[in-house]
Design a protein around this ligand. Sequence first.
Ligand code: ATP
Ligand code: MG
Length: 264
Amino acid sequence: MAMIRVNNLAVSYGSGEHAKQVVNDVSFDVAAGETFGLVGESGCGKSTVLGALAGRNKNWSGSIAIDGEQISTKRTRSQLAMQQMVFQDPFGSLHPRHTIGRTLLEPLEIHGLDQRQERIEAVLRDVGLPTAFRYRFPHQLSGGQRQRVAIARALILKPRILLLDEPTSALDVSIQAEILNLLKDLRQREKLTYILVSHDMAVIAHLCDRIAVMQGGAFVEVAVREDLLRGTVAHPYTRTLLDGSRGYVASRSGQTPIRTRSKA
Ligand SMILES: Nc1ncnc2c1ncn2[C@@H]1O[C@H](COP(=O)(O)OP(=O)(O)OP(=O)(O)O)[C@@H](O)[C@H]1O
Ligand SMILES: [Mg+2]
């Protein structure tokens, strides 16, 4: 069964005569355990699709089903906990004056979960950080460590789905592969399903089973990973994206860590 099933999704910003629809008629399924990639030029609507799935943007129509359950624009707590977002900027996404422990405590309080200290320690271990990091502030961490904290915060409610919005593009090149490999491990260990937005086709090819190419708020193509690696993509726009990252995708390896780079 599909973990995520989206049909005829349309998403708008604003209301009344100022309403602007930025996502049109998007449909896709993501199987449990799959990583579904979303690529496309800036402003095409990738983050908006994730926002609608995560319950951050309520101005949507169409249908969204998570693990077989239809989601309405009003969600229960457990529906909200099912999917968590990780953002590009590990500097901006953590509160600068809250310790890591406090940042991780917050979702537990909101969702009324017990065994809080145990959960905080366990999730820090899960993302490869020392448990003593709970006493630190974000400025006392490296960029990669902060992104691990952001991933820990996403995981602490035990979601089934992570919505990853450019999770490595703000990081130093040498750290990117580390975080990608952590995401890959977590997917397997925690049996997670991912939707991953990235501009980096090497990142996409490393992690994704299928890839949707967006343009102007709509899907123009859904390709499988092998198509990207072989270059046998159908849509001219997908080809343009692929040409922009030539060499990086071809030098990928399915198992060993890759070094990712920004666009050529
Ligand atoms: N809060 C908002 N209010 C109004 N319009 C918005 C808002 N957020 C995004 N938009 C518009 O919606 C469209 C899609 O934006 P979105 O952020 O989803 O693009 P994106 O594909 O994630 O781009 P990028 O790759 O730059 O992150 C853009 O035209 C953008 O200007
Ligand atoms: Mg975006």
